[in-house]
Design a protein around this ligand. Structure first.
Ligand SMILES: [Zn+2]
Length: 526
C-alpha cells in the first residue's frame, strides 16, 4: 500500500530541512511536494518530526549474521536501513578454518557451511530475509590467509595471481570494493608494493578501497601516507576507516598531521575520504596486541606458547619494547585503558567488563601481561577488548571534516558485553554532536549518515529522498532520538524512532520492530 508522510521537516540527505510531503509507492519515492493528496495512501503524520533517509552504516561487521540470518533489531532501532560488511580486511569469504577462528572476535562464531568464494557468500545471504539493505566488501586479510595462511613470507607470483583473481571475482560478483586490515596479522607482513599489486583489480574496475591502516598510534601519519600511496598506485578511491589517533602522547597532534596528508592528496585530485565512530574507545581482538615478531607468522604456535611460563615471560619482554612500524598499545595506551569485552572460554567470563590491570590484580595474576597471555591461550585468540584510546577533541576534529562519514564499526563477537556502538552509534552521534554539543548542523550530520556514505559506496538510489530513489526513510523527533548503550551497559537499544521505512514498508513504528525482512542485497553496478 502507498504511504504518504505528511507535515514533516524533510532533510533529503543533501539540502537544508524544508516542509514537504513524501509519497511512497512500490518501494520507491513516487513524489515529493507540499500538500500532496492522500488518494487512498496510508497517511503518516510527521508533524513536529524530522524526515530523512534511513541511516547508512558503511562499516559494520555483519558478515556472519547476514550469511546465517538475523533480525537486525540492534540496527533497526537506531534508524539504520543500509549497512556494508566486509571491512578491516575481514570477510567471511574466502573462508578457511584458520581465518574463521582468527576473525571470530570480529565476525562472531563461524557458520556451519562457510562460503568458499565471495559468490557463495552472496548466495548464502540470499537464502535468508535481511532486516536492512546490505552490501559487502571483500577483505584482503581473508584472501591472504586463504592463499598463504599466517606466513610472513611475501606472496610468490603464483600466490599473488590467485589472490588477485579472488578479489577480481568478488568485484565481478558484486562486491563494492575491497578492505585491507594492514594492522592485523598476517596483512601487517605485506609491503606497500605488494598491496598495490594485490589491489590492482580495484583500479581496473573503479571500485573502492576501505583501509584499516597499519598504525593508529605513533605511526598514524606514516600509515596514512602509505595507504594514500597504495590507492594512488592502484588508481582507486580510498576510504580511511575509523580515522583516529590512539595513545595519549599522540592526542591533539598527530590527527592534524594526518589530515594535512589527506588534504594534500585531495588537493592533487586524489579521491580520499574517511570515517569515524562517535566514541572515545575502540574495540578489537586482543590478539592484535601481540607483536608481529612475537607471532612470527605462526598464530597457532604463539597461542600455544602463551600457555607456558616461558611464553608469558617472552610476551612480557616483547611488550616492553617499541616497534618502528607497529603500535604497542600495552605501552602507548597502558593495560589500564583496555577492557575485556568478550571471551570464548566460559572460565574467563569472570573477567568480562573489567580493565585488564584490575582483573589481573583481583584474580592473582602476576601482572596484566600474564592475564593477557592466559586469555589469549585459553580463548585460542578469540578474546575481544575495548581500548579507551582516543580523545574527544580529535574525534570532533574528524567529525567536522566535510569528507568524513559516521560509522558504527560494530563487531559481532558472541558476547553480552559488546562495544556500545553496536546498539547506539547513530543516535549517539545525533544526540551528542548535534542536539547537545552543536558540533555540526542537522543538515551536515544527516548528510554524513545518509547521502554521503551511500554515494561513497556507489549506491546512487539510497540515502536520498528524491523521486525515483528507494524509499528508505526515517522519521524522528529532533530531541528524542538517543542512544542508551554505555560501556558498562552496552546491550541497550536506542530510542526515538517514530517510523523507519525500508524499501517502502514500515520496519519500525514507535520504537517497536514491525518487520525485519524488508532489506535487499545491494550489489555494485559494473
Ligand atoms: Zn578496523
Amino acid at each position: 500500500l502507498p504511504l504518504l508522510i505528511k507535515n514533516g521537516t524533510v532533510f533529503d540527505g543533501e539540502r537544508e530541512g524544508r516542509a514537504c510531503d513524501i509519497l511512497v509507492a512500490e518501494g520507491t519515492i513516487a513524489k515529493t511536494g507540499r500538500n500532496l493528496p492522500a488518494n487512498g495512501a496510508t497517511v503518516l503524520d510527521a508533524e513536529g518530526h524530522i524526515v530523512c533517509p534511513g541511516f547508512v552504516d558503511i562499516h559494520r561487521h555483519t558478515d556472519t549474521k547476514a550469511y546465517t540470518g538475523w533480525d537486525g533489531g540492534e540496527m533497526l532501532r537506531q534508524g539504520i536501513s543500509t549497512c556494508i560488511c566486509g571491512n578491516c580486511g575481514f570477510s567471511l569469504a574466502p573462508a578457511t578454518d584458520a581465518q574463521l577462528a582468527f576473525s571470530a572476535p570480529i565476525l562472531g562464531n563461524p557458520p556451519e557451511n562457510p562460503p568458499g568464494t565471495f559468490a557463495d557468500f552472496l548466495d548464502g545471504v540470499k537464502r535468508h530475509p535481511l532486516p536492512v539493505n546490505l552490501g559487502a566488501l571483500i577483505g584482503t586479510g581473508a584472501v591472504r590467509i586463504a592463499v598463504k595462511g599466517f606466513s610472513q613470507a611475501p606472496f610468490t607470483p603464483n600466490e599473488m595471481d590467485t589472490a588477485v583473481r579472488m578479489i577480481d571475482d568478488a568485484l565481478c560478483a558484486g562486491a563494492f570494493g575491497a578492505s585491507v586490515g594492514i594492522m592485523y596479522i598476517p596483512e601487517c607482513y605485506g609491503t606497500k608494493a605488494e598491496f598495490a599489486k594485490l589491489l590492482s583489480p580495484l583500479g581496473r574496475r573503479g571500485a573502492l578501497l576501505a583501509a584499516h591502516i597499519r598504525g593508529e598510534g605513533d605511526s598514524l601519519v606514516s600509515s596514512v601516507r602509505e595507504v594514500l600511496e597504495i590507492a594512488d598506485d592502484v588508481g582507486c578511491s580510498l576510504e580511511i576507516s575509523h580515522f583516529k589517533a590512539c595513545g595519549a602522547s599522540n592526542w591533539r597532534k598527530s590527527i592534524h598531521q594526518a589530515i594535512e596528508e589527506i588534504e594534500r592528496a585531495r588537493a592533487k585530485g586524489q579521491d580520499v575520504t574517511c570515517d569515524f565512530y562517535p566514541y572515545d574507545g575502540g574495540s578489537t581482538a586482543l590478539s592484535t596486541m601481540l607483536p608481529p615478531d612475537f607471532v612470527g607468522g605462526d598464530m597457532e604456535g604463539a597461542l600455544t606458547r602463551l600457555g607456558t611460563k616461558e611464553g608469558v615471560a617472552h610476551l612480557r619482554s616483547a611488550l616492553e619494547k617499541t616497534y618502528p612500524a607497529w603500535d604497542n598499545f600495552a605501552l602507548t595506551l597502558g593495560w589500564e585503558r583496555i577492557l575485556i569485552a568478550s571471551v570464548s572460554d566460559a572460565e574467563n567470563r569472570r573477567f568480562l567488563g573489567m580493565r585488564v590491570t584490575d582483573a589481573a590484580a583481583k584474580y592473582g595474576f602476576d601482572d596484566a601481561a600474564a592475564l593477557a597471555a592466559h586469555l589469549l591461550h585459553t580463548d585460542r585468540g578469540k578474546t575481544a577488548v575495548i581500548n579507551l584510546s582516543m580523545c574527544q577533541d580529535d574525534i570532533d576534529t574528524v567529525a567536522k571534516l566535510p569528507y568524513s562519514h559516521v560509522i558504527s564499526d560494530a563487531i559481532y563477537a558472541e558476547t553480552d558485553t559488546p562495544h556500545p556502538r553496536m546498539f547506539g552509534a547513530m543516535p549517539r552521534f545525533w544526540q551528542d554532536y548535534v542536539v547537545q554539543r552543536h558540533i555540526l548542523t542537522e543538515r551536515e550530520a544527516i548528510a554524513k549518515m545518509t547521502r554521503n556514505p551511500a554515494l561513497r559506496m556507489g549506491i546512487a538510489d539510497r540515502g536520498i529522498l528524491a523521486p525515483g530513489a528507494r524509499a528508505d526513510i526515517l522519521v524522528f523527533q529532533r530531541d528524542c532520538l538517543r542512544d542508551n548503550a554505555t560501556y558498562a551497559a552496552p546491550a541497550r537499544a536506542s530510542e526515538g524512532v517514530k517510523w523507519l521505512i525500508v524499501n517502502g514498508e514500515i520496519a519500525v513504528e514507535n520504537d517497536a520492530i514491525v518487520r525485519h525482512d524488508l532489506g535487499q542485497l545491494c550489489l555494485r553496478e559494473a
